[in-house]
Design a protein around this ligand. Structure first.
Ligand SMILES: *Cc1c(COP(=O)(O)O)cnc(C)c1O
Length: 732
């Protein structure tokens, strides 16, 4: 069911990895023999850095490599974070650089090499490698399918190998040696953003796609593996065994390469790839609560430990303790670990402190009027709706009109997290907006798209509805392949080619540029099972099935069909289809109260800030146009919400109410564009800065969207979808 994996295993391993990196730079086993130290630091500890890359790949890249997200913000954010860290580290090590006179003979070329490839200090190569590596994989991934990308990064790694621990073979061929010499003039090692980082970034992303739902097609297979997963712990044992065996083989590989003096450097091994695969699977399957501070602490250990090495060596020299703290390699290592561990904790505190200063961007969020979305209720509604589906059927939530006023990005983002990969919207702008906010999966546009906007359909991988044959020809005339669903009009007489127009429907299917993935219709009398409604609905369904059968007879198979919306699923589940385009029910409501909806829960609450509380005296009026005149002294409250926010103006004067402190406060006079005045005479303790509830629960009272709809002569759909863009929306 819907539950997030606990990935704390990754966090704990980051600390281990950080101390392994410290080992690489301090040779802890040197006092026990060079061979032992090589096995530890030249082979085993080499799992540390790839694990960092894989974690980055796991969290950052799947949305781009599988989800076709157009939202660059996560990538930009990650790049910025790494850059900030790099700049900080550059300045931190500047004194050491200067003291060691490392900048003495720097040319422009070597300056750039230092900054963008090698790093300004011996361990800092990781940061430019991570930054450029992410960008390289993202760029490649947006131009080629995942399979080809994977092949490519493996080849790059192989090229890297022959400049690293297999270099001894390369120099047998003078031509190759020359090529690599050229390469080494640009980058001191092949362990960089091109030959080293990409393969691990991609492996991390791949690990994500194997354990999470990202595309509708994969959904079933993955559900299945998850199922097996819960059944047994066999996988854990397999991964642990795989890790141990491949690690042993990697040690053997390292020792052989060393024995024959083939290594130019010892970062890359063939066996490192399977080792990392098994290690990562193992870490993913350890169910531990994530600990965010460990991530930051491990990063700081990584950045700061060379500084600690310098300090400890310096201090030991001054105190004449070199024989203990430097020459005994094991004690030296432990001292550096302890010092950088402490520095890591301090570094974490400092960065938390600074981010606390920077994190105030959304302080105005609940300053005025806002919508609170209940994640819990949304999840319950989705589960309830999924229970109504027949086998093989999937939800295609309608998130048009800003998800019925709820906020399309928040809702669709949450649904994405639950593994839902099909959406429908009304128009191309809504589709583009979802893509720009990182929503993955298929997005069907139910309405008409103006031909000038056809390029957007392709750019943002949106699926267009063919609203009739004439429109199909226009789409086809654009001259490029288009993903479409064909709409059939079976009686609503809105969009869709008329069901009886066989010839036209057939011609739509012959249009060369249309990649037809689905066919659908819309029911218009499904709100009840009255004899009249039922007869009409059955006729619509019959016409639709007739069309789909004919289309199949002509050889078009594998089309997705859909005809049910919320009422359809509740009243006529037997009509089937591959998708169900649920809208209003997803949000926990139906259009009116006639159908029992006690199994569903409203997702939206609407609240507003109280901006002033004051008295009005007998005979005084309130608001525009004297529509309310106080018959006796009253206490009133002004709310920061008006009809521009979607509060219907027809709720003015006695027709509407809000809740404050769990009690009803009637609306006084006319609702204004940005403000509303309510009567709080009978409610004690109302103060400016307090909160009024317009839709939702307050104490044991509740105002539903039904109530607003009934008082204004409309349906909940209209009330909700008119919620203004000025409202702030939060998921709680
Ligand atoms: C809006 C819409 C839906 C969703 O309808 P609900 O009644 O809110 O479930 C489904 N299909 C089409 C064509 C729509 O326009």
């Amino acid at each position: 069911m819907i539950q997030k994996k606990q990935l704390g295993g990754l966090d704990y391993f980051r600390i281990i990895a950080a101390f392994l990196v410290v080992a690489i730079h301090t040779s802890p086993l040197a006092s026990f023999g060079m061979e032992a130290d090589f096995i530890f630091t030249g082979v085993i500890a080499r799992i540390a850095v790839p694990s960092f890359f894989m974690t980055t790949g796991y969290f950052l890249l799947p949305q781009y490599l599988f989800g076709h997200s157009m939202d660059r913000r996560p990538l930009v954010h990650s790049v910025e974070k790494h850059m900030l860290l790099y700049v900080t580290a550059i300045f931190l090590y500047l004194p050491v650089n200067l003291y060691a006179e490392q900048f003495k003979e720097v040319s422009i070329g070597s300056f750039f090499r230092m900054l963008f490839v090698d790093g300004t200090f011996y361990h800092l190569w990781y940061l430019p490698a991570a930054i450029l590596g992410m960008v390289i994989v993202w760029l490649l991934g947006s131009y080629m399918p995942f399979g080809i990308l994977t092949g490519m990064v493996f080849v790059l790694y192989m090229i890297g190998l022959f400049g690293d621990s297999y270099y001894g073979l390369t120099v047998q061929f003078p031509f190759l040696e020359k090529m690599y010499d050229m390469l080494f003039s640009v980058s001191s090692y092949t362990r960089n953003s091109l030959f080293y980082a990409p393969v691990f970034l991609v492996m991390g992303a791949e690990a994500y796609s194997r354990t999470n739902t990202l595309t509708g097609k994969k959904c079933k297979r993955i559900k299945h593996t998850k199922h097996i997963w819960n059944e047994s712990n066999n996988f854990l044992i397999v991964y642990a065994a795989g890790f141990v065996v491949s690690l042993a083989l990697m040690v053997a590989e390292g020792l052989v390469l060393r024995r024959f003096h083939l290594q130019r450097h010892d970062s890359m091994y063939v066996m490192l790839l399977p080792v990392m695969f098994f290690l990562f699977q193992l870490l993913l399957s350890i169910e531990k609560t994530p600990v965010k501070s460990l991530r930051s602490i491990s990063t700081w250990i990584y950045i700061i430990h060379p500084f600690c090495i310098v300090l400890i060596r310096g201090a030991a020299k001054v105190l004449h303790l070199e024989s203990l703290f430097v020459e005994n390699s094991w004690i030296h290592y432990l001292t550096v670990c302890a010092a950088s561990g402490v520095a890591g904790v301090i570094g974490n505190r400092v960065s938390v402190h600074f981010s606390a200063f920077g994190g105030e961007k959304q302080s105005f969020a609940k300053g005025r009027a806002w919508i609170e979305l209940s994640r819990e209720n949304l999840v319950k509604n989705v589960e309830m709706l999924q229970n109504c589906l027949s086998p093989g059927q999937q939800l295609m939530p309608a998130v048009k009109a800003d998800a019925y006023g709820h906020g399309a990005n928040l809702i669709a983002g949450e649904l994405n997290q639950m593994g839902i990969q099909n959406f429908c919207v009304a128009c191309v702008e809504e589709g583009v907006n979802l893509r720009k906010n990182g929503i993955t999966g298929d997005i069907l546009i139910l309405g008409y798209t103006y031909p000038k906007d056809f390029p957007l359909l392709r750019k943002y991988r949106l699926t267009q509805t063919v609203v009739d044959y004439a429109y199909g020809r226009m789409l086809n005339g654009y001259g490029k392949k288009m993903k479409v669903h064909v709409k059939i009009d079976t009686g609503m007489h809105r969009l869709g080619e008329r069901a009886e127009r066989d010839k036209e429907i057939c011609r739509i299917f012959q249009l060369k540029n249309l990649e037809i993935e689905g066919i659908y219709t819309h029911l218009c009398a499904d709100e009840t099972r009255n004899p009249e409604d039922m007869a009409f609905t059955k006729e619509q369904a019959r016409l639709f099935h007739k069309v789909t059968e004919k289309v199949q007879k002509r050889g078009y198979f594998g089309l997705k069909t859909h005809l049910l919306a919320s009422y359809g699923l509740i009243n006529y589940p037997e009509l089937g289809g591959d998708y169900v385009r649920v809208g209003i029910a997803l949000y926990g409501l139906l259009s009116d109260r006639k159908t029992d909806m006690s199994a569903f829960f409203p997702v939206l609450s609407l609240r507003a800030r109280i901006t002033a509380v004051k008295e009005v005296f007998q005979g005084e009026s309130v608001g525009y146009g004297f529509t309310y005149v106080a018959e006796e002294d009253r206490k009133i409250a002004v709310l920061a919400i008006g009809y521009a926010d979607g509060l219907p103006r027809s709720l003015s004067g006695g027709n509407g109410r809000v809740l404050i402190h769990g009690k009803s406060a009637p609306v006084l006079g006319r609702i204004c564009m940005d403000q509303t005045i309510v009567d709080v005479t009978d409610i004690s303790g109302v103060k400016a800065g307090g909160i009024a509830t317009i839709i939702g629960k307050d104490g044991n009272q509740e105002i539903t969207a039904y109530e607003l709809a009934e008082n204004t002569g409309t349906i909940t759909n209209e009330i909700l979808s008119r919620m203004g863009g000025r409202l702030f929306r939060v998921m709680v």
